[in-house]
Ligand binder design. Sequence first.
Ligand code: GLC
Length: 478
Amino acid sequence: MQLEDLAGIDEIEKEALEHLEKTIIYFKGRPVGTVAALDGSVDALNYDQCFVRDFVSSALFFLIKGETEIVRNFLEETLKLQPKNNQLDAYKPGQGLMPASFKVVSKNGEEYLEADFGEHAIARVTPVDSCLWWLIILRAYVVATKDYSLVYQPEFQKGIDLILELCLATRFDMYPTLLVPDGACMIDRRLGIYGHPLEIQSLFYAALRAAREMLICHGNQDWVIAIDNRLPILRAHIRKHYWIDLKRLNAIYRYKGEEYGKEAVNEFNVYVDSLPYNEIAKWLPKKGGYLAGNVGPSQMDTRFFSLGNLMAIICDLASEEQSEAIMNLVEKRWEDLVGDMPMKITFPALENEEYKIITGCDPKNIAWSYHNGGNWPVLMWMLAAASIKTNKICIAERAIHIAQSRLQEDEWPEYYDGKRGRFIGKQSRKYQTWTITGLLLAKEMIKEPSHLSLLNFEPFTPESDSRACEFEIDSFDA
Ligand code: GLC
């Protein structure tokens, strides 16, 4: 595996690249992923495995560097781990799921990959985000390599098909959003995000758009119709019901409750007193806004979640005005959302009784630590991508400057604690791979903003996509 010539890059990048080399996992002699962390000072637990979500920043970085083989191998091997049959066994992973992580096991001189779908993870959490990220990485691979032959293979078409079935077929609720359990994404511990969390919805939107581009239309008309139906209503739902700015907060403040039928204004019957509206009104700048963390029956989680908001900007789920308002909020509330380490995973933290009830007294998720208001350097690449998308590159430059001054000296921690992210996290791993690639990727994106195309989509119109579909059939048949 050859990363670029180390000449011409700064000392920090050089060290980061050297570490990244060491994190690569080989299976039968081929590179297939990167471990989550290489911290020799603590028990590895499952950090010696390749997590699908953690590999995203590695994959994008490798693609940018022309190291496409590892990404292709990763996609092929994880596809083999995806359950292809409905096993009708509550203890077995459902058809179409992608694992949270995998590792190489050697037995009797033979190597094989062992997947974890959450059954070994703390609290047995379901990795819903894995299959969504997998589609996003697959599409980025195609954008980078122009190699459609990989996705047109029947196994890949089948893999896409199974993920779509998992997300779009039979279900209980009638929202355009995806209903998921708590801890189903990067926040893989109980944090009150069950229901329709923003992070999953942003990834769902991007994954559907990716699938729409890669699915051979011929024979998949039902999926194409299902995606074309779902995308606009999902987008409209998020833009309308998740949006919070001063104007909308005022509308919510004047909501009536218990409205019945189609004419209801307060469609989800959110009781105003359940929201800290005075605090939010004080915190929101006049030109700022953000997408709420979750919207469901009598529920509006007003916490700011970075991953969901940034990915909504990157993949065009948020409107142009909303994207600008979100970035404006980041600038105006810099101390709260970025502070001394880009960037906070969620704001504000749950404290006191709320912390106890919502996290179940999780000692790792005390206020302003870990998922509950900790700062995660990996989020920097998304901040960089969102900055490019909104023409505010100075935000990314400022964030990179802050991070660079600490990450190397602190030995690349997984996360930071405290209101401003001043402390290395209480139980933070060192030499965390996505911290390393988070910085490397952010820097690459700023150097060459056109790399955003790996994740970016053209504004969606069903007409333009159905034309693409006809073309696809032609080119495929030829
Ligand atoms: C923690 C994080 C999770 C990540 C894993 C490996 O469990 O919460 O998002 O995938 O560590 O780094």
